[in-house]
Design a protein around this ligand. Structure first.
Ligand code: APR
Length: 249
């Protein structure tokens, strides 16, 4: 029943904004952070995902990111990632239609699935940044040839170009994300515990500006009570084959 409502909401919307979290990649075999098997259950975030941790022990932090890169390297985008690619095409073809995908994920699965208009709020695990000269480059090597990696220009340490706890989100991405959230008439939140700011405030921005909110998550979150439709389900199960089920606008 609930997914029929989802299709009805989607058929009537013009400006769709989607926010994803690690839950959308869970069915691809990538662990989430706070679930029962989550990364933060096995590791302490402040030991691995902060500037201080990296300053204290860059090799340990890089061993953890190299391990995550290997898991992600073996993973494939799932039916939920694919459904968002199809929704992007559907909304881009719709008269007055707009689509934006905001992700907290750094795994690159939305890009591999083919999403075009993607705003990465927390960076990219496949991008390295020099702590000395600031040079950045994509690096998909698995395994990395040496840990921790060093800059080939200035020989300083390279770090993952991701946002760590205590760091600000990239300003340009945040400004774009706030803009598309405030102007969305339908906001779809998929696979996030909605506990980490400021990303978790984006759905509220949509609601405050009259947008409708739909949540897809097997478990309740702080957003569930605000959702116009809360679908208790797994992303790939709920979204698989969706675009073929959306009635013509
Ligand atoms: N489909 C949809 N949702 C799922 C699935 C699934 N198959 N499996 C789990 N979930 C949900 C969980 O119920 C949970 O609400 O995904 C959510 C994952 O929450 P977190 O593990 O907290 O991940 P996320 O919300 O992405 O974390 C936000 O915190 O650690 C930082 O920077 C990191 O971007 C991350 C941010």
């Amino acid at each position: 029943m609930e997914t029929t409502d989802l299709e009805a909401f989607l058929s009537r919307a013009k400006a769709l904004c989607v926010l994803t979290g690690s839950g959308i990649s869970q069915e691809s075999g990538i662990p989430t952070f706070r679930g029962n098997d989550g990364l933060w259950k096995q590791y302490r975030a402040e030991v691995l995902a902060t500037p201080g941790a990296f300053a204290r022990d860059p090799k340990l932090v890089w061993e953890w990111y190299a391990w995550r890169r290997e898991i992600i390297h073996r993973a494939q985008p799932n039916a939920a990632h694919q459904a968002l690619v199809e929704l992007e095409a559907e909304f881009s073809a719709r008269p007055g239609g707009r689509f934006a995908l905001l992700t907290q994920n750094v795994d690159g699965l939305h890009e591999r699935a083919g999403t075009g208009n993607l705003i990465r709020l927390h960076g990219d695990i496949w991008r390295l940044r020099c702590t000395g000269c600031g040079a950045e480059r994509q690096d998909y090597s698995v395994p990395l040839d040496r840990l921790p990696p060093h800059c080939s220009f200035c020989f300083s340490l390279l770090r993952p170009a991701v946002v760590w706890f205590g760091e600000s989100l990239p300003q340009e991405e945040w400004a774009r994300a706030a803009d598309v959230s405030a102007s969305a008439d339908l906001f779809l939140v998929i696979g996030t515990s909605a506990l980490v700011q400021p990303a978790a405030s984006l759905p509220l921005l949509a609601k405050q500006n009259g947008g409708l909110l739909i949540e897809i998550n097997p478990a309740p979150t702080p957003l569930s009570g605000l959702a116009d439709l809360a679908i208790r389900g797994k992303a790939a199960e709920v979204l698989g084959g969706l675009s073929s089920r959306i009635p013509d606008a």
